[in-house]
Design a protein around this ligand. Structure first.
Ligand code: PMV
Length: 320
């Protein structure tokens, strides 16, 4: 029986999306900008079956994870008008569910493999829109390198897609693992909590377009210092929304905080390096490609950091 295999790489947002528009389609309430990484990826195999099934890293998936994947298959059944069922086997070469964007690479690869399995010949914009329905950040993992995602209060299923952005910047991202195991609060739930209960959310949304435009400008100009500065603003403003909730929560742990401080110290010492964090405790450091190896050695020595992985810009999602 034919197996359709696709591989997609994770991406990390430089300017975050953090909230969804009301209604269907998982449409982001704001745009975002990301970098696809070569170091972490998901491999998804799709094989015809008498019923839908889903295994993650070799084990039957948990109920919530399986439900999202089954909904994605259903999307393709409707689109193709073909009543087919599939066995899905997904492997993450990245810690799952810990804020290292495994859902981005997983849903991007799943989207490509399902399109092929259903016999659909889709352009990359349509693939990006479909991937978005599984996970907002997955829309960006369809593409390699720097990627812009469109969103905003007026955005719709048609207009919320990602596209690559050219830049002359030669960068690396160092991923610092600052904890083990999955995070306590998923990004979906966290977004609902901040959008409905944070006194800082409105300010985050209002300020976001300015940060995105300035970050895009810095990227086009090849200005890593400016890009890094806007990336840090976006990160800290996103994390501030969680502190402003009626029931506050945070993803930072003592190791994350030590890493943020070390990045600032290293910058004072002359390195061109900037931090970002997502819905998890890990810290990612954007830096000049030439300094990545030396920086990684400095960052690896932080107490509690269990791994420092230097990632180059990664490729687009692809069928194998
Ligand atoms: O892709 P989602 O819906 O799990 O959300 C990802 C949200 C952040 O990683 C925190 C930010 C982003 O833009 O990737």
């Amino acid at each position: 029986m034919t197996t359709h295999r696709a591989i997609a790489h994770t991406n990390i947002a430089l300017v975050k999306y953090w909230g969804k528009n009301p209604g269907p389609g998982n449409v982001p309430a704001m745009g975002s900008l990301s970098l696809t990484l070569d170091g972490f990826r998901s491999i998804v195999d799709v094989c015809a079956n008498d019923r839908d099934s889903f295994t993650l890293n070799g084990n039957p998936a948990k109920e919530g994870e399986a439900a999202r994947v089954l909904t994605h298959i259903e999307l393709f059944r409707k689109l193709s008008a073909k009543n087919l069922a599939f066995r899905i086997e997904s492997r993450n070469e990245v810690p799952t569910g810990s804020g290292l964007a495994s859902s981005a690479s997983g849903f991007a690869a799943l989207t490509l493999a399902l399109a092929r399995a259903f016999g659909l010949n889709l352009d990359s914009r349509t693939l990006s829109r479909l991937a978005r329905q599984g996970s907002g950040s997955a829309a960006r993992s369809i593409f390699g390198g720097f990627v812009r995602m469109h969103g905003g209060p007026e955005a719709s299923d048609e207009t919320a897609f990602a596209q690559p952005v050219d830049s002359s910047l030669d960068v690396r991202m160092i991923v610092l693992q600052c904890a083990q195991g999955p995070k306590a609060i998923g990004s979906r739930e966290a977004m609902i909590r901040v959008a409905t209960g944070s006194i800082f959310y409105e300010a985050f949304v209002a300020n976001h377009p300015r940060i995105l435009e300035q970050a895009l400008h810095a990227l086009r100009e090849g200005d890593l210092e400016q890009l890094g500065a806007f990336m840090e603003q976006s990160t800290l403003q996103m994390h501030a929304t969680m502190l402003g909730c009626d029931e506050p929560f945070w993803y930072l742990n003592p190791v994350s905080v030590a890493a943020l401080n070390r990045v600032r110290e290293l910058r004072k010492a002359g390195y061109c390096c900037y931090f970002t964090m997502d819905a998890g405790p890990h810290v990612k450091v954007l830096c000049d490609a030439h300094e990545a190896v030396r920086l990684s050695a400095e960052l690896e020595s932080i107490d509690g950091v269990s791994a420092a992985t230097v990632c180059a810009p990664g490729p687009s999602a692809a069928l194998v």
